[in-house]
Design a protein around this ligand. Structure first.
Ligand code: SF4
Ligand code: ZN
Length: 318
């Protein structure tokens, strides 16, 4: 491997799609540089913004908290870390512990909200169906998590929420929307699109960085890694798409970056044209496409099943 393109030091990583070879120090700096460029290119964060970093406690979100901490060092009170406790026994506790520790180390406030407090049930309870569930675990979890992040961001008085979605996540979501025939949702992937259904603006500062590079950054920065994965993570279509894209990248290096650029191009041509009008949800008042938002619809379904499990007789079980 040739020497570091930036400083001539010992090579650590070659970025296939750009041809750069970097030493570990320059590689680490390059992640902060790339994040800064993405933020500025899409006007993601302004000087007066209070940034809520959505921190699950996994390596990606802890890395984002560190990078944003480095970039916004002089005004750390402009950053707050927010975490959602879904109520997944044996999994989320460790992640929340990591989230708390890194926030404390950086000196940023850490706000935690739980599904139990917000919706009245934990994710474990919500997913404990005896018969077949109408949608995958991740679909349930994702709908509630987005609402929980909004609530945490409002509680933290943030003006913008930064999530750690990386280039791999972006390409996976793009392909999954195509597979679901969900063209409307492609518009949501436009980095310049502001989704009115979220009370606080959402940005993805890692969207131009490969997942593998975020993992290397985490490793070099001493970010703690979780010892267990979510028990539901291999259930959904996403894990199949992830495996397929990883195989394509291994056989054709740079393929994910090409797909990412193509996705952005398609989305920019669709900009605004594929987004439906919304009406206020009749139950919670949040925007919805047909009178009831997805949170209220799913919550009603889950409540019916949770009540049945807690009290089968009262719920009509005999
Ligand atoms: Fe939720 Fe799925 Fe992530 Fe588990 S893998 S935390 S169920 S979205
Ligand atoms: Zn609603």
């Amino acid at each position: 491997m040739p020497a570091c393109t930036r400083c001539g030091g010992k090579p650590f990583f070659t970025r296939i799609y750009s041809g750069e070879t970097l030493c570990s120090g320059c590689f680490r700096d390059s992640i902060a540089d790339k994040t800064k460029r993405t933020i500025s290119k899409y006007g993601m964060i302004g000087p007066r913004d209070r940034i809520a970093v959505a921190v699950s406690g996994g390596k990606d979100s802890l890395s984002l908290l560190r990078v944003l901490g480095e970039l916004y060092l002089p005004r750390r009170d402009g950053i707050v870390s927010i975490s959602v406790d879904e109520g997944l026994a044996g999994y989320r506790d460790e992640a929340l512990e990591h989230a708390r520790a890194v926030a404390q180390e950086l000196g940023v406030e850490h706000v935690v909200v739980s599904y139990k407090d917000l919706f009245g049930f934990s994710l474990d309870e919500a997913l404990n169906w005896k018969e077949e569930r109408p949608v995958s675990s991740c679909s349930f979890c994702g709908v509630f998590r987005r609402r929980a992040i909004d609530e945490a961001a409002l509680k933290a008085k943030a003006t913008v929420v930064a999530t750690a979605h990386n280039l791999d996540d972006y390409v996976q979501t793009f392909i999954m929307n195509l597979m679901h025939g969900d063209v409307e949702r492609l518009g949501w992937l436009d980095p310049a699109y502001v989704d009115e259904s979220f009370p606080v603006r959402r940005v993805k500062p890692f969207m131009e960085i490969y997942e593998e590079e975020v993992a290397l950054y985490a490793f070099l920065s001493g970010v703690p890694f979780q010892s267990v994965s979510c028990p539901y993570m291999h259930e959904g279509l996403r894990s199949e798409v992830r495996d397929y894209l990883n195989m394509m990248e291994a056989n054709h290096p740079g393929m994910k970056n090409v797909l990412f650029r193509s996705g952005l191009e398609v989305i920019s041509r669709l900009a605004g044209s594929s987004l439906k009008e919304t009406v206020p949800c009749r139950s919670c008042g949040k925007p919805s496409s047909n009178g009831f938002c997805s949170v209220c619809r799913m919550k009603a379904e889950v409540e019916e099943h949770v009540n049945m499990q807690r009290n089968p007789r009262a719920a009509g079980g005999g």
